[in-house]
Design a protein around this ligand. Structure first.
Ligand code: NAP
Length: 273
């Protein structure tokens, strides 16, 4: 006899920030790209709450200024600079300012990504393909490469790449974006192997559906929202603050034997066998 599966899910608190009481990142310096909003901001805040000095960055000066002021008003040690991750000169200044303000670098979080258009993979224009791969994949690769002289001087260096659950199972109409996120999983595996002799750990976080401007269509349109949460075991969209703790763990010495891995943070959305 078939039994009906109960679909209700208990409501658990997502107020993770109020519980933080550890200083795993004391003495470390972090860069988080695209850290003036959404997941990047959540990661930057959490790393700073755990004791790191954090360099905030994104494309718009006002966003950087407002975010730095906000985090400083929370008692966190942060500074900021403009960095469009696709611009060589901006990336150079990002590293220079981090050294000038904080004296070195221990943690690089490559978080910036774009998805300029929605459509099928084979209808995507070459221009859109190039933009997605330039920002999501090539900029991550260049940031990693350019950070090495600094990370090699760190006692516990670590790189964290923000991929996506779409990297495992391409999202409908976000095919090229999904392909770029799969490429990041491979970038993580390949570079973790190459950088292990230098003691540099490289890991990925693959968020599921998280409530940010980026995913607005999924949580603002009722029909899309219903379809989306039907695929999530916990039957809710995640909050940006539910990603920061995973980044803090991967950046910390608690993860000293973890490299080349991907942590999926998706409320149970399926990602693998
Ligand atoms: P978001 O809320 O839209 O955040 C955008 C942030 O990126 C802002 O700070 C923006 O500031 C900055 N930004 C945009 N383009 C940039 C560029 N070229 N260079 C530097 N900064 C840039 O996005 P999010 O949802 O937090 O996404 C963050 C990461 O998580 C991305 O890698 C995304 O693929 C991944 N992810 C998101 C979800 C989700 O459901 N939200 C799921 C899986 C993975 P400015 O406008 O000032 O530049």
């Amino acid at each position: 006899m078939l039994h009906t599966i109960k679909q209700g899910v208990r409501k658990f608190s997502t107020n993770v920030t109020s519980l933080i009481n550890c200083n795993r990142l004391e003495g470390k310096v972090a860069i988080v790209t695209a850290s003036t909003d959404g997941i990047g901001l959540s990661i930057a805040r959490r790393l700073a709450q755990e004791g790191a000095k954090v360099m905030i960055s994104s494309r718009k000066e006002l966003n950087v200024k407002n975010t730095v002021e906000k985090l400083q008003s929370e008692g966190l040690e942060v500074a900021g600079t403009i960095c469009h991750v696709g611009k060589t000169e901006d990336r150079k200044k990002l590293f220079e300012k981090t050294v000038a303000d904080f004296g070195g670098l221990d943690i690089l979080v490559s978080n910036a990504a774009v998805n300029p258009s929605v459509g099928t993979v084979l209808d995507t224009t070459e221009e859109v393909w190039d933009k997605i791969f330039d920002i999501n994949v090539k900029s991550t690769y260049l940031l990693m490469k350019e950070s090495l002289p600094l990370l090699k001087q760190s006692k516990s260096p670590s790189i964290i790449i923000i991929s996506s659950i779409a990297g495992y199972q391409p999202f409908n109409l976000l095919g090229v974006y999904s392909i770029s996120k799969t490429a990041l999983l491979a970038l993580c595996k390949a570079t973790a192997e190459e950088l292990a002799p230098d003691g540099i750990r490289v890991n990925c976080i693959a968020p599921g559906l998280i409530k940010t401007k980026f995913s607005r269509a999924m949580h603002e349109m009722e029909e899309a929202h219903e379809v989306a949460i039907s695929q999530i075991s916990m039957r809710r969209i995640g909050q940006p603050d539910e990603i920061g703790g995973t980044a803090a763990f991967l950046a910390s010495d608690d993860a000293s034997y973890v490299t080349g891995e991907v942590i999926v943070v998706s409320g149970g959305m399926k990602s693998r066998l």
